[in-house]
Ligand binder design. Structure first.
Ligand code: PLP
Length: 225
């Protein structure tokens, strides 16, 4: 199936209140253009430099660019002038750097807090207590150029559906508690970014509002150049 067909197939299966990011990491610009021509406008990358390069090449298209991976502080400057949503924020220091670069560009950058819900140590993210502490800190309250729009997480890579569902449910609970504790009457705090190509139906069942899918749109990635 073509990229456009893959997009249409996913759209027919996703509930209308759930959005998706087409994860184009490692894929050529031509694949992004193909998806764009198939109607897709939201794309995600996990390397700042690669994202900056693709943005530059495609700057005439009305694409919404999301950063979805682990962002290093010294790379924020490459994407701060245009990025629409940063999914993976997990420290006050990173948030402060995003705020600083956003201010330089005279804009507010939307961010999601990343949580560690998987059983794998290799995955990044905050605990609920750490997030509470971050959101209560004076350092956070002084930031003017970042907007926290919700939460993001990745489930354990396993075929045990119950375990994946439980982890996604945990993220939904974290979202609800944070909203109650820190974002009452703030309609911007509304996103739960969870679900990838292999587990997005489980994520949608557990309340995902944004799924991040790459391989089911663009085909498998080949990391060997
Ligand atoms: C690569 C990646 C995805 C998409 O992965 P697929 O399995 O290809 O859908 C989603 N989220 C993050 C954070 C990623 O790095």
């Amino acid at each position: 199936m073509s990229i456009a067909e893959n997009i249409n197939k996913l759209k027919t299966k996703l509930p209308s209140n759930v959005n998706f990011v087409a994860v184009s990491k490692t894929k050529p610009v031509s694949a992004i253009v193909e998806a764009y021509n198939g109607g897709q406008r939201v794309f995600g990358e996990n390397k700042a430099q690669e994202l900056a390069n693709k943005h530059e090449e495609l700057k005439d298209l009305d694409i919404e660019w999301h950063f979805i991976g682990h962002l290093q502080r010294n790379k924020v400057k490459y994407i701060s002038s245009f990025v629409d949503l940063i999914h993976g924020v997990e420290s006050i220091k990173l948030l402060q750097e995003i705020d600083k670069q956003a201010e330089k560009n005279n804009r507010v950058i939307n961010c999601l807090l990343q949580f560690h819900i998987a059983k794998e140590d290799t995955k990044f993210g905050l605990s609920f207590d750490e997030a509470n502490e971050l959101l209560s800190s004076e350092g956070f309250k002084s930031l003017r150029n970042v907007q926290i729009c919700g939460v993001m997480g990745m489930a354990t890579y396993t075929d045990q559906k119950k375990m994946i569902a439980r982890e996604f449910q945990e993220l939904n609970t974290i979202f609800a508690k944070l909203r109650e504790n820190h974002f009452v009457n703030q309609s911007e705090f509304k996103e739960i970014s969870m679900g990838m190509s292999n587990d997005w139906p489980l994520a949608v069942e557990q309340g995902s509002t944004i799924v991040r899918v790459g391989s089911i749109i663009f085909g498998e990635r080949n990391y060997i150049k």
